[in-house]
Ligand binder design. Structure first.
Ligand SMILES: [Zn+2]
Length: 114
């Protein structure tokens, strides 16, 4: 079975097409972030979002990886991450959308297709 190469934070930051990030209050549903479809990431802004963002970027970059593999990769990348890497993750959030309370995640994916 071929294994895909390990990632770098830079790879996650430069995914193309760029994932659409949507802030959504999902904590009550039991998750602080998710990646749905191939290119939409939701984040609950009430938790430490940049590590969650990194986790979801790994899902986008490696959609076939299991949750366990993604968690291991997240730990591997997070440990040596510099303050500049973390700043770049925060910068990515500057392009995030805020959920308006209308629409569902599948609709967000549809919008992303345009
Ligand atoms: Zn995950």
């Amino acid at each position: 079975m071929p294994t895909e190469a390990a990632l770098t934070i830079e790879t996650c930051l430069k995914l193309s097409p760029r994932p659409k990030i949507v802030f959504m209050p999902t904590l009550r549903q039991g998750f602080d972030g998710s990646s749905v479809g191939n290119n939409v990431i939701t984040l609950d802004p009430r938790v430490s979002v940049i590590r969650t963002l990194l986790h979801e970027l790994i899902h986008v970059a490696r959609p076939l990886w299991s949750e366990r593999r993604v968690i291991l990769e997240e730990r591997r990348l997070w440990k040596p991450a510099t303050w500049q890497d973390k700043a770049e993750l925060y910068k990515m959030l500057g392009r995030a959308h805020i959920w308006t309370g209308e629409g569902t995640v599948p609709e967000l994916i549809e919008e992303n297709v345009q």
